[in-house]
Design a protein around this ligand. Structure first.
Ligand SMILES: Nc1nc2c(ncn2[C@@H]2O[C@H](COP(=O)(O)OP(=O)(O)O)[C@@H](O)[C@H]2O)c(=O)[nH]1
Ligand SMILES: [Mg+2]
Length: 441
């Protein structure tokens, strides 16, 4: 009896889009061949690249493994060329992928392993209860929503035939890493226009929770090569950051300081007397506010303050303001917040400082970067949020940057790095324009 797959033609098409013109040959189907690991192993072992597709409630997701599954690897999948995917149903079928960064555990029975000991990426199928157990981060990233009620559970494994390296996803990821490394080299090699200063200062300004402190942490993580959390981040409604911080970043652990500093400030609040005080802003921009200054929302700094910098030089001042917003809240900024932003922008324009907007929390970072890295801004321009920033603050589209900070994940990701490093590069360009203009003056 021929075993038929549950995968639709559109589903198969999205694999072809991703991996090149491949065909999928069904090796195993749980409802036909038996719902256990041994059966699956017997049928799928040493078959070359395989894809495991899980159908649970309304979700279709799974894992692509390039290396063949061996006897030894049983339910463990090694990183490097494997990835998770989920098929998002829309007009066609869209595939969302998450690169595997650590060893993943896929198991057929909860009793086979202890979840707490695999705190990274795991996936457990329990056929007797029709439940799946999936790592939270993974669930969120794949946008899988499993309803334990009314669940059905089916698992299919396919051999992927005709896979070509050049056309596929794996190649794209490799290209991403190369592109990331080039950007990294560019950022390292940056030197401010006409060597007017040795380090430029970028001020992060924006509502509470927009991701300012996380952006600094993310940039630092890239240069450290692993995730760091120097700045405290939070999900409180009031600002977690109360001190003004001027962060210099080292290239590697004991490396040289990079040619830029990120200045992290208290978050903006729509209410008067809460959050960063608008009257503090001109002083920050001019470089009068020292590192670690404690903000007080009702009392702006004055020249009488003991640590007030009375005659700041060009190196002390802010060379670029980055207005930071959560991209998802861009469409519903309150009128009060907008008014405050306008007020602040007036101060920034008065000081003649360069301006960019930085939109955080884009969760489709691999879509943004899909085919051509150079076109990533173009791909975003049609989005209403970007148009909105352009409208509210009058910032040109090329100066509206999108990033996904390192917030919840535990591993570095070249795609996130590309967006973050590209954002830095655009900030440098904005600063150079500002410095050039200054010199002409
Ligand atoms: N998913 C996601 N979460 C983020 C991102 N940036 C920041 N966050 C989260 O948003 C919350 C506020 O971030 P934080 O950096 O403290 O914002 P700040 O008040 O502007 O400094 C924290 O829970 C962060 O983990 C991002 O790019 N993506
Ligand atoms: Mg903060």
């Amino acid at each position: 009896m021929a075993v038929t797959t549950t995968l639709t033609w559109n589903g198969e098409r999205s694999f072809q889009k991703l991996l090149g013109n491949v065909s999928l040959r069904l090796l195993y189907k749980s409802s036909v061949h038996g719902e256990n690991t041994v059966e699956m192993q017997n049928r799928c072992c040493c078959q070359g690249p395989i894809v495991t597709v899980i159908y649970h409630s309304n979700n279709i997701f799974g894992i692509f493994m390039r290396g063949h599954s061996s006897e030894k690897s049983k339910s463990f999948i090694e990183p490097n060329d494997s990835f998770f995917f989920s098929l998002q149903k829309n007009e066609t079928v869209e595939m969302k992928t998450v690169v595997l960064n650590s060893t993943v555990t896929i198991s057929y029975n909860t009793s086979e392993f202890n979840i707490s000991s695999y705190d990274k990426q795991y996936l457990v199928l329990n056929f007797s209860t029709k439940c799946i157990c999936i790592a939270r981060d993974l669930e969120q990233e794949l946008r899988v929503k499993c309803n334990p009620m009314f669940s059905s559970l089916e698992c299919e494994v396919f051999r992927v035939e005709g896979i070509k390296d050049e056309a596929g996803y794996i190649n794209r990821i490799t290209r991403a890493t190369q592109h990331r490394n080039r950007l990294l080299a560019d950022v390292r090699a940056y030197s401010p226009y006409a060597d007017l200063v040795s380090e430029i200062r970028i001020l992060l300004l924006g509502p509470v929770g927009s991701g300012k402190s996380s952006f600094f942490n993310s940039v630092k993580s890239i240069f450290q090569g692993h995730l760091t959390r120097q700045a405290i981040v939070g999900s409180d409604v009031t600002s977690i950051t109360e001190q003004y911080r001027i962060y210099s970043i080292k290239d590697g652990k004991n490396g040289q300081s990079l040619p830029f500093m990120l200045c992290d400030s208290m978050g903006l609040d729509e209410e008067e007397g809460v959050g960063l005080c608008v009257d503090d802003i001109p002083h920050i921009l001019k470089g009068c506010v020292p590192d670690r200054y404690e903000f007080s929302p009702q009392k702006p700094i004055t020249p009488k303050h003991p640590t007030f910098i009375t005659s700041p030089s060009l190196k002390d001042r802010i060379h670029c303001v980055a207005y930071v917003f959560d991209i998802n809240s861009m469409d519903n900024l309150s009128p009060k917040m907008m008014a405050k932003l306008k007020q602040i922008q007036k101060e920034v324009i008065n000081c003649g400082v360069a301006q960019v907007a930085l939109l955080t929390k884009v969760n489709n970072c691999n879509e943004v970067l899909q085919d051509n890295f150079l076109n990533m801004n173009k791909a975003m321009i049609s989005q209403s949020q970007i148009q909105n920033v352009n409208k509210i603050l009058g910032i040109p589209l090329s100066r509206i940057l999108v990033v996904e900070n390192y917030a919840s994940g535990r591993e570095m990701d070249p795609l996130k790095d590309i967006l973050i490093l590209s954002a830095l590069k655009q900030m440098f360009r904005a600063v150079d324009d500002f410095l050039e203009d200054l010199l002409l003056e």
